[in-house]
Ligand binder design. Structure first.
Ligand code: NAP
Length: 251
C-alpha cells in the first residue's frame, strides 16, 4: 500500500520544514510547498530522501488560486492520494501602526494567511471527503498566539488574519465532520525562525524570549510535534481544537 501523503505549505523553512522532516520520519510521503526559495525546499527534500524517506518540492504561491490548483493537479498525478494538509505558509510585514498600513499590505496579509489557507483546505476537502470518494483525513492550520494577543503597534493585520484562522478552524471542523475530516490548529508563540527577520525584527526571539513564562522562545521542532500529533490517529477524537504551543504565553 502507498504511504500516507502530507502536504505542508511553506514546508521549506522554519516550522514547515521541521514538520516536513518529522512527517517523513513518521512515514508520510511529504509534499514540500514553497514560494520562492527553491534551494531551501530542495535541501529539505534532499535530507528526507537521504534518510530513506519520500518527498518532493513544489513551487506555488498560495495567494494565487491557479498556482494552488496546479500544485494539487501535480499531487494527484504523482501520488493520487492526500491524507493530511498542513496549512503552514504565512507572512508578517514590518512593524507598523494601522495608520501606516496600506490597502495593498492588508490585502496581501489576508490573501496569504487566510484565503490561501482556505483555498488549500477547499482542495484538500474535495479530495479527502468520504462523501466525494476519499478516505477521510486531517487538516492542521497554523495560527498564532497573536490571534489572542492582538499584537498592537506591531502587526494587528497579521493578528486579525490569524484570528480568522482560529474561527475558520472551528467552523470547518464542524462542516466536514461527517466527511471524516478532522480540522485543528496550533497557535505558536514566539518561535525561533526567520519570520521575525522578515518582519524587520531579527532580534525579536532573543529580546522577547527571556520575558516569556518559560523564559525562552520555542523551536520549530516543538511546534512540529504538536502538528504531527493533531494529524495522527492518536488525535482521533480531537477536532475544532486550537492548541497553544507558546510556552505559557497567553496574553
Ligand atoms: P518562515 O520561517 O518565514 O517560513 C515561511 C515559509 O512559508 C517558507 O517556507 C516560505 O517559502 C513559505 N511561504 C511564504 N509565503 C508563501 C506563499 N505566498 N506561498 C507559499 N509559501 C509561502 O515562517 P515560520 O516562522 O516557520 O512560520 C510558519 C507559520 O507559523 C506561519 O503561518 C506563521 O504565521 C506561523 N507562526 C510563526 C511564529 C513564529 O514565531 N515563528 C509564531 C506564530 C505563528 P519561501 O521561503 O519559498 O518564500
Amino acid at each position: 500500500m502507498s504511504a500516507p501523503v502530507m502536504l505542508v505549505t511553506g514546508g521549506s523553512r522554519g516550522i514547515g520544514a521541521a514538520t516536513a522532516r518529522l512527517a517523513a520520519e513518521c512515514g508520510y510521503h511529504v509534499v514540500v510547498n514553497y514560494m520562492s526559495d527553491a534551494a531551501a525546499a530542495e535541501f529539505v527534500v534532499g535530507d528526507i530522501i537521504a534518510d530513506g524517506g519520500k518527498a518532493y518540492a513544489v513551487r506555488a504561491d498560495i495567494s494565487d488560486e491557479n498556482a494552488i490548483l496546479a500544485m494539487y493537479d501535480e499531487l494527484d498525478g504523482r501520488l493520487g492520494r492526500l491524507d493530511v494538509l498542513v496549512n503552514n505558509a504565512g507572512i508578517v510585514d514590518e512593524v507598523a501602526r494601522l495608520e501606516d498600513m496600506s490597502a495593498e499590505r492588508l490585502h496581501r496579509m489576508f490573501d496569504v494567511n487566510v484565503i490561501g489557507s482556505m483555498l488549500c483546505a477547499r482542495e484538500a476537502v474535495s479530495r479527502m471527503s468520504v462523501n466525494h470518494g476519499g478516505r477521510g483525513g486531517a487538516i492542521v492550520n497554523v495560527s498564532s498566539a497573536s490571534a489572542r494577543i492582538g499584537s498592537p503597534a506591531q502587526y494587528i493585520d497579521y493578528a486579525a488574519a490569524k484570528g480568522a484562522i482560529d474561527t475558520f478552524t472551528m467552523a470547518l471542523a464542524k462542516e466536514v465532520v461527517a466527511d471524516r475530516i478532522r480540522v485543528n490548529a496550533v497557535r505558536p508563540g514566539i518561535i525561533d525562525t526567520d519570520i521575525h527577520a522578515s518582519g524587520g525584527d531579527p532580534d525579536r526571539v532573543a529580546r522577547v524570549g527571556a520575558s516569556l513564562p518559560m523564559g525562552r522562545a520555542g523551536t520549530a521542532d516543538e511546534v512540529a510535534r504538536a502538528i504531527l500529533w493533531l494529524a495522527s490517529d492518536a488525535a482521533s477524537y480531537t477536532t475544532g481544537a486550537v492548541v497553544d504551543v507558546s510556552g505559557g504565553r497567553a496574553i
